[in-house]
Design a protein around this ligand. Structure first.
Ligand code: AGP
Length: 369
């Protein structure tokens, strides 16, 4: 087993560090920015259905559902197709309305999640085109879909999903770009720019991984916390949910992810001098708003750990801890901003003596209801 871990103490850490490579593998042969070339035969095969799609419904669970939320922001922004993201477990039991022209995307690392499988079978029976985004080749979900794209992240052993998430987001980003191109909702120059940024992501993730030691120091400080709040807006809102889920799963610390502006509608009551608040505050269109949210937390003495874009001079003056990540296109930020959150949950869990790769009560794939 130690050989399989490749010198890392846990599979989870190995998988976190594999991400520059796994993201590259997810893009390989699918993206050549120089020629503005996007290749995904399964999308081309159903080009007309995708081009004329009136709505996309994404079904998934857990971390895959978070990847679906990122995709919602991306597809709506780039391709202007309305997207709904559904918990597979809810979708399957509420007689969902599926119209001709709807496309259902099922996202699953394992391809064996019972709820996701049942949700897509239901959508299929109502005539929707089902597209799968799976990691495990030949899995039940991959076989049950009409078409799909594998994420090619390689086997993920740690129960807490890390590289599968970034691989899913990568593939869904490429799909969003293709849909935008097909539907003519993006300028050629903007698409090329986005593709060039996408090609830079593996090296920027590599750079974000260099934050490991810094994150470890912060983890020492907060390892005994009993609660955490994670805040983000726009593309970083799903990242806040994902950061909170990672911490809950492996460290057993109660954590909540919230859209930063929702804080004032309730969670703000929780904030006092003992509450760590992780704010994802990268330079994007919601930056100014997030800065105000940080001020609101500080005014109540909350302990702010901010994930910021390199070179930010404003937030370091108001946050207790600042973690700087490389800058990129707003739509691609989740691929980078999630990295320090994965590391934070990992180190806190290790420091608390938790079984990181096999947390209590959890299974790698949930094949029962
Ligand atoms: C992620 O860290 C979890 N262990 C879990 O939420 C997982 O993402 C969920 O069960 C869905 O699994 P799948 O992607 O294999 O369908």
């Amino acid at each position: 087993e130690s050989i399989e871990k490749g010198g890392y103490p846990h599979f989870m850490l190995k998988e976190i560090f594999e991400q520059p490579r796994s993201i590259l593998d997810s893009m390989r042969g699918r993206l050549v920015a120089e020629n503005t070339q996007l290749t995904m035969s399964s999308i081309r095969e159903y080009a007309n259905r995708f081009k004329n799609a009136e709505r996309i419904i994404i079904v998934a669970c857990g971390t895959s559902w978070h990847a679906g939320l990122v995709a919602e922001y991306m597809i709506e922004e780039l391709a202007r197709i309305p997207v709904e993201v559904e918990y597979a477990s809810e979708f399957r039991y509420r007689n969902p309305i599926i119209r001709e022209g709807d496309i259902v995307i099922a996202i699953s690392q394992s391809g064996e999640t019972a709820d996701t499988l049942a949700a897509l079978e239901l959508a299929k029976s109502k005539g929707a085109l089902i597209f799968g985004v799976c990691n495990v080749v030949g899995s039940s979900i991959a076989r049950a879909t009409d078409a799909g794209a594998y994420t090619h992240a390689g086997p993920e052993i740690g129960v807490a999903s890390t590289k599968a998430f970034t691989a899913q987001v990568t593939v869904l980003t490429l799909i969003s770009m293709m849909l935008a191109e097909m539907r003519g909702t993006i300028e050629a120059s903007a698409l090329r720019q986005l593709m060039m940024e996408m090609e830079q992501i593996p090296s920027k993730v590599e750079k974000a991984l260099e934050l490991d030691a810094e994150v470890q120091v912060i983890s020492e400080i907060f390892k005994d916390a009993t609660n955490f709040i994670y805040l983000g807006r726009g593309f970083n809102f799903p990242v806040a949910l994902e950061g909170a889920l990672k911490l809950k799963e492996i460290s057993y610390i109660h954590a909540e992810g919230y859209p930063a502006a929702e804080m004032k509608h309730g969670p703000i009551a929780l904030i006092d001098e003992n509450m760590p608040v992780v704010v994802i505050a990268t330079k994007d269109s919601s930056y100014e708003k997030v800065v105000s949210n940080i001020q609101e937390v500080r005014a109540r003495k909350g302990r702010v750990i901010a994930i910021v874009t390199e070179g930010d001079t404003v937030i370091p003056q108001m946050a207790e801890f600042v973690i700087e990540v490389p800058s990129t296109h707003e739509a691609l930020v989740p691929l980078i901003s999630v990295i320090p959150l994965q590391l934070l949950s990992y180190h806190i869990a290790v420091l608390r003596g938790c079984n990181v790769d096999q947390p209590r009560n959890l299974a790698k794939s949930v094949t029962v209801e």
